[in-house]
Design a protein. Structure first.
Lengths: 179, 386
């Protein structure tokens, strides 16, 4: 990682963490904002796919499919932005998918690590269980605005912390000239 | 390639190259270990995690695909399983640097990095030789794919046909259930799921072509994503025989019988008396050729080849004193793996390509960077274990 990438990573991490904290403090007031964020993420994903097409995928066999997918996602995001009737179910659906998948992967990985007697299985298992509990909480409180906001905010803060830690990690590989 | 070739066939190649049974066992054990030395395995040994030569399926699912995560993935897969052919390859005129960097990591046989890899293993023991043989063999099986997650390089589509020995062709039916066994009779194989994201782990190496590149018997034709709609006909029996003969030649160089390792050179003469037998094993339509290669190897040496056992050298490593670890079997493997990863990362970095991460030249700038490599630096400078 270059110095600038480290600084950029650190600043983005701080901004995401502050954003997560603000959303959590605002409680259910922030539901429209979260829906807007999810809609914007669709728009951004669509735009990123269009950029991806023009920079890389146009050189690839069947690259045109990326162009079409990018246009559809962009359109869907733009449409969602215009919705005025927000529902917590959208947010919960997103949270359930993310946490259930991460939980499943963590627990399966932990079981594999345990089979190989690696000590890392305990950490993987506990993060997996936490993720699954969060997914279950989302299902139980499907229509609770405050729970949706808290879980979404906690996810944001967690990813921000991971980003900040990454920006301090040593990443260069040392090359020793063979003698 | 899989255990049949990396373990049993490598044993045969080593024996034919002039190594004795014990040396051949050490070489083939190290060659096979490359497919199993994951971070999970190393963490169990409390060994440097930077020595990982592979990632388990679940480690990959959990791997981050931010720039740092991608560099880590690329270092492992490009260094040990998809050795890049030409880091300065000419690419389409209108392609940007991002595309060029990915394209230049495409693996193929007889590249400059292969020469560097074999040279690096010279006089470094059986572990380094085994690692080099794994990499060499994989350049044949994994050619045309890159050891970095990339849709634009590694993707395949519906245009995929298996070519039978009599010339008839069957469309390959791919499914995505990782626990499903490949069905040779009905040409049903498992590959990774199509995902339109460039850097997803599903697009690493030959995942989109399933295990087909690893089967010695198979011939197929398909459209590589990078190939401008020009099909590739992959003849694995021919490629695997080339790999076998090139391994014998490379091992003769490592053994001191040949003074120089040159590209595109094969020990045809040594393999010739056994060619029919070897081709019969290679062309036999089966998912795993371990038994056949084992019988052939045992016939060659007259010795029993025990099955590969991952835990074989674990206690020797874990019970050794810190200063003695580098002299254990696994200690030597770890040092050789880090040396290979460091060399390949450096070559990629020096070509102006940052996909495998940053490399700091120890001779110029002293020690900085990932702490694990201190072990290698100290060992090579005559520190620990010298």
């Amino acid at each position: 990682m270059t110095k600038w990438q480290r600084i950029e990573n650190f600043i983005i991490g701080i901004v995401i963490m502050l954003g997560g904290a603000v959303l959590a403090l605002a409680g259910s007031e922030s539901v429209p904002l979260i829906v807007l964020l999810l809609a914007l993420s669709l728009v951004i994903t669509g735009l990123k796919m269009l950029i991806y097409y023009f920079s890389l995928a146009r050189h690839m066999v069947d690259g045109d499919q990326i162009l079409i997918q990018g246009l559809i996602l962009f359109d869907l995001g733009a449409f969602t932005c215009t919705l005025t009737n927000y529902s917590t179910v959208y947010i919960m659906g997103y949270l359930i998918a993310v946490h259930a998948f991460s939980g499943f992967v963590d627990v399966t990985r932990a079981l594999e690590a345990k089979r190989l007697s690696a000590p890392s299985w305990k950490l993987n298992f506990s993060t997996g269980v936490v993720n699954i509990i969060l997914a279950v909480l989302c299902i139980v409180f499907l229509r609770s605005e405050s729970i949706a906001v808290y879980i979404y905010s906690a996810g944001l803060i967690w990813s921000a912390i991971a980003r900040i830690i990454t920006s301090f990690r040593k990443t260069a590989v040392v090359y020793i000239t063979p003698s | 390639m899989q255990e049949d070739f990396h373990y049993y066939a490598t044993y045969c190649a080593a024996y034919l190259a002039g190594f004795n049974h014990k040396e051949s066992m050490d070489i083939c054990y190290s060659a096979q270990l490359v497919d199993l030395c994951s971070r999970t395995f190393l963490s169990k040994l409390r060994a440097p995690l930077s020595a990982a030569t592979t990632q388990l399926q679940l480690e990959m699912m959990d791997a981050r695909t931010d720039p740092i995560g991608l560099q880590d993935i690329t270092r492992i897969w490009a260094s040990f399983h998809f050795l890049p052919y030409d880091l300065y390859a000419d690419v389409k005129k209108k392609a940007g640097k991002q595309y060029k960097n990915k394209y230049r990591l495409i693996c193929n046989t007889n590249g400059d990095l292969l020469v560097d890899t074999v040279a690096l293993a010279k006089d470094k023991g059986a572990q380094a030789a085994g690692i080099a043989m794994h990499i060499l063999a994989d350049t044949w099986a994994h050619r045309y794919f890159a050891g970095t997650p990339s849709l634009v390089i590694n993707n395949t589509n519906y245009y995929f046909y298996e070519i039978m020995p009599d010339g008839t062709e069957f469309p390959v039916a791919f499914g995505h259930n990782p626990s499903a066994k490949d069905d040779l009779e009905n040409h049903k194989y498992t590959n990774s799921l199509y995902q339109s994201t460039e850097n997803t782990i599903m697009n690493l190496g030959h995942g989109r072509a399933g295990h087909l590149p690893d089967y010695s018997f198979i011939r197929y034709r398909y459209l590589p994503a990078w190939g401008d709609y020009k099909e590739i006909i992959k003849d694995n029996p021919s490629d695997f025989y080339h790999a076998f003969c090139q391994m014998i030649y490379a091992l003769r160089y490592l053994n001191g019988d040949v003074s120089e390792f040159e590209k595109d050179t094969y020990a045809w003469d040594i393999a010739e008396p056994y060619k029919d037998e070897i081709m019969a094993i290679i062309e036999k339509r089966q998912l795993n050729a371990c038994d056949d290669w084992k019988s052939f190897g045992e016939k060659l040496s007259g010795e029993e080849i025990p099955p590969f056992e991952l835990s074989k050298y674990e206690s020797e490593y874990t019970s050794a004193e810190k200063t003695e670890k580098n002299e254990t079997f696994l200690g030597k493997f770890i040092l050789a793996a880090m040396a290979q990863k460091s060399m390949v990362t450096n070559k990629i970095f020096k070509s102006g390509n940052s996909l495998a991460g940053f490399s700091i030249d120890f001779a110029e700038k002293g020690f900085a960077g990932i702490k694990d490599y201190k072990l290698l630096a100290e060992y090579l400078k005559g520190g620990l274990g010298a």
